[in-house]
Ligand binder design. Structure first.
Ligand code: C2E
Ligand code: MG
Ligand code: MG
Length: 755
């Protein structure tokens, strides 16, 4: 142990007491007290030595040092700073040599603990009281008082106070070191760095080499779980190889035993060549440090050790708290993988470190129809499914990629193009996932951003790009893959602008409805109207619905917009009915997104009730895109709608139905042949024959057939010949605002019946 270690003193009375650390008995001889005699009279030296022979004070022997002048005395003290007491003659070389020496002992040599007893030949040489106080002189004796008993009593008192002063000083130094250590440790980030710091700090307190290890519990043992286990979180010196090892797996029985006992008994263990400190605090988070020493450890100041341990425990609690807060901010709590914030930070670092690494790719994987899975099997199942996906991704990719969860059912993977590619990622989803003994195959959509080709000033831009590409992939259906391109980005920017404009227009009533007549091909009678939405932008121009409807659908705005259309159309229909056109029905377009809303039927019922229109005058137009909601659900919804006597039309028929068998499942009232086919009627292009087939098909399925976009008489004639029931198109009337419709009806429809 080094000379200036602060712990080499121990209060004998406390050793081995209850609750104090264990200590094996030590056979080492305690050091003796050094007593320096300074006197120019050789007789005094001799008589002092004689008087003190064989004496022990506080269990230790005395060792006499001799100096015959103040100069010699000071020289000697320089090499023996541990002198406990100086018996000092007042008059030597000069009348005040003794007092001058006291001054230099205190102020030059800085020895404040050493006790000084002045001795004079005559009472007249006694120093002033003031001088005694100023120099911290402890006693003043006549040389004649140097009897054995008196000297013994005087020395015992002086040595006791020397010992106490030295302890106090050691404690103070120790406390200072502890405070400094705490300051140092509190600044450490992360438990491991902290634990490494603990080893260094303990070693420095003990004055030994930093060789040891710190063991911490890894979580608490829950019910049914094996006992709380401990692992080595930091290690230094020859123990370095033990890091991350389980305590029980360490191949050194002495260390295992010391640590196990320390942790089980929750107290510090002191052995001759090692010290095992217990750091309690939070019970779940107990940890212990084992420090080895090549020289015997003895006489440790246990109170200071305790203060040290308490301090370190408090620091550890802080470090763990900060760790936990960091975890909260950067780790997905459910899956235990980095979250969106962490991913952005990771990408930021890659941008900062080097201009994008060649071949760096950000991939995004999104589980298709996850919301439906959650609805169907419950959230617990959904959570387990996500965990299974995270596990598979981590197991197969984590050595080569950075994996994060960026949204509910969306994962991000950052890595080299060779790994983050559809070729590598798709196979990961081929095998089914086992969750609660249910085996389930998953469909996922993927998007990719080639980071070295797409400039970004921060990570969140790449993430946004990946999301844009993902949206595109999702819009195309399930299991699609999309790479981000700048064109896609520009597209998305434009759509964002469009959406904001649409929102503003909706809020400021700049949206309105126009109505296009639907007529009977056989009689020419006006049977109904289709409500079509119009948006007049701020500059007065009309934005075509084909542009803004998809934007409204993607953003979800279509839901409130659609409700408004339905209610407004029914309101206008009510006015038409009141004006005598009671036979007219109203067709309203309904987007798949609206159809998918759980409260769609409620919205419908509410609108019908509020607008006082009979349900059988309303028709809802849906396109093939409703299939996205799920065929079974669509069929059920249609039945529900028709049970209210509201009709259903299948819009734009022929443009996209992938399977005719779908049609068979959908209970609809009307089939609307898309304008594209009507256009082909008079040509010999391939679609022409299809148009001809649609009419009998619709009839066979029990539906009326309506042709859209009829612009010419010859088209109308052909359709009539084909047996098509109804038509809608510029030939009969363009979509018009309500006032225009009223005048149009005046001329084209039979006179209004009187209400
Ligand atoms: P859609 O439901 O198939 O509506 C028929 C479209 O054909 C209308 O276009 C109409 O103006 C146009 N059209 C009608 N007759 C002719 C014709 O003889 N020649 C030509 N060239 N076009 C004709 P519009 O109004 O531009 O609407 C486009 C699409 O926007 C609609 O197709 C519909 O899918 C959607 N849409 C319009 N309003 C709404 C709405 O309120 N809600 C929803 N969800 N979609 C709507
Ligand atoms: Mg329509
Ligand atoms: Mg249509």
């Amino acid at each position: 142990m080094s000379e200036n270690a602060f712990l080499p003193f121990v209060d004998e009375a406390s050793a081995g007491g209850g609750g104090t650390p264990e200590r094996p008995s030590s056979h080492h001889q305690p050091p003796s007290w050094q007593v320096l005699v300074v006197d120019d009279d050789a007789d005094v030296h001799e008589s002092t030595a004689y008087a003190l022979r064989h004496l022990e004070i506080a269990g230790r022997q005395l060792e006499l040092l001799h100096a015959y002048s103040s100069v010699e005395g000071l020289e000697l003290l320089k090499s023996a700073p541990d002198v406990a007491v100086i018996l000092l003659d007042v008059v030597m070389e000069t009348e005040h040599a003794g007092l001058a020496m006291v001054d230099r002992i205190r102020n030059e040599l800085g020895l404040h603990n050493t006790r000084i007893i002045l001795r004079t030949g005559q009472p007249g040489q006694a120093p002033e009281i003031e001088t005694i106080r100023q120099y911290d002189i402890n006693d003043y004796k006549m040389k004649s008082e140097l009897t054995r008993a008196k000297l013994y009593a005087t020395l015992t008192g002086a040595i006791r106070s020397f010992d106490q002063l030295r302890r106090l000083e050691a404690s103070r130094r120790g406390l200072e070191q502890i405070v400094a250590a705490s300051h140092q440790l509190i600044a450490e980030q992360g438990l491991q760095t902290f634990a490494e710091g603990v080893i260094i700090q303990i070693a420095s307190l003990l004055g030994v080499d930093p060789e040891g290890l710190v063991c911490a519990s890894i979580g608490s043992a829950g019910p049914g779980e094996p006992e709380q286990s401990f692992i080595v979180i930091a290690a230094a010196g020859p123990y370095r190889h033990l890091i991350q090892r389980q305590l029980s797996a360490i191949d050194n029985p002495e260390i295992v035993q010391s640590l196990t006992e320390c942790l089980a008994q929750r107290r510090t263990q002191i052995h001759e060549h090692s010290l095992t400190l217990y750091f309690g605090g939070d019970e779940e988070r107990a940890f212990a440090a084992y420090i080895a020493s090549s020289t015997p450890l003895q006489h440790l100041d246990e109170e200071l050790l305790e203060v040290f341990c308490t301090n370190i425990s408090l620091c550890a609690a802080n470090v763990m708290l900060v760790d936990r807060l960091r975890d909260h901010a950067f780790v997905d709590r459910m899956l235990g993988i980095p979250n969106r914030t962490a991913l952005i930070q990771h990408l930021d670092e890659r941008i900062r470190d080097q201009t994008p690494d060649p071949g760096l790719v950000l991939g995004m994987v999104d589980v298709d129809q996850f919301a439906e899975t959650n609805d169907m099997f419950g959230h617990r199942y959904g959570d387990l499914l996500l965990k299974a996906i995270a596990r598979r991704l981590t197991e197969s990719l984590s050595s080569r990629c950075y994996i994060a969860r960026v949204a509910g059912n969306t994962f991000a993977i950052v890595g080299h193009a060779g790994v983050v590619s559809p070729e590598e990622l798709c196979p990961l989803f081929e095998a089914p996932f086992m969750v609660e003994s249910l085996s389930r195959r998953l469909s996922v959509s993927m998007s990719f951003v080639r980071c070295d080709e797409v400039p970004a000033s921060d990570g969140s831009e790449w993430l946004k790009d990946a999301s844009i590409a993902m949206k595109r992939a999702k819009a195309a259906g399930q299991g699609r893959i999309e790479y981000y391109t700048p064109a896609l980005g520009a597209d998305s920017k434009e759509r964002t602008l469009l959406l904001h404009g649409l929102q503003r227009a909706f809020e400021h009533d700049r949206l309105f409805l126009v109505y296009q007549p639907q007529v009977s091909l056989e009689t020419g009678a006006v049977l109904g109207l289709e409500a079509l939405l119009r948006w007049r932008s701020e500059d007065g121009s009309l934005v075509p619905p084909d542009r803004f409807i998809p934007v409204a659908e993607r953003s979800g705005l279509i839901v409130s917009l659609g409700t408004w259309v339905l209610r407004s159309a029914l309101y206008d229909l009510h006015r038409l009915h009141q004006a005598g056109y009671g036979q007219l029905r109203m067709a309203v377009n309904v987007s798949a997104v609206q159809f998918g809303q759980p409260d769609f039927l409620h919205t419908l019922d509410q609108a019908l009730a509020d607008k006082a229109v009979t349900a059988d005058r309303l028709e809802l137009e849906v396109t093939e895109s409703v299939a996205i909601v799920g065929m079974e659900r669509v069929a059920t919804l249609m039945r529900e709608i028709r049970s209210r006597r509201v009709a259903v039309a299948i819009d734009d028929f022929g443009t996209g139905f992938s399977s005719l068998s779908y049609l068979d499942c959908l209970p609809a009232d009307r089939l609307k042949i898309d304008r594209a086919f009507v256009n082909l009627l008079e040509t010999d292009r391939p679609g022409a024959r299809i148009a001809r087939m649609i009419v009998p098909l619709g009839h066979q399925l029990g539906m009326k057939v309506l042709a859209e976009g009829v612009e010419t008489e010859s088209q109308a004639r052909l359709l009539r010949e084909m047996g098509c029931d109804e038509a809608q198109g510029y030939l009969y009337g363009r979509p018009m605002p309500l006032p225009d419709l009223f005048s149009w009806l005046q001329t084209h429809a039979p006179r209004p019946q009187q209400p």
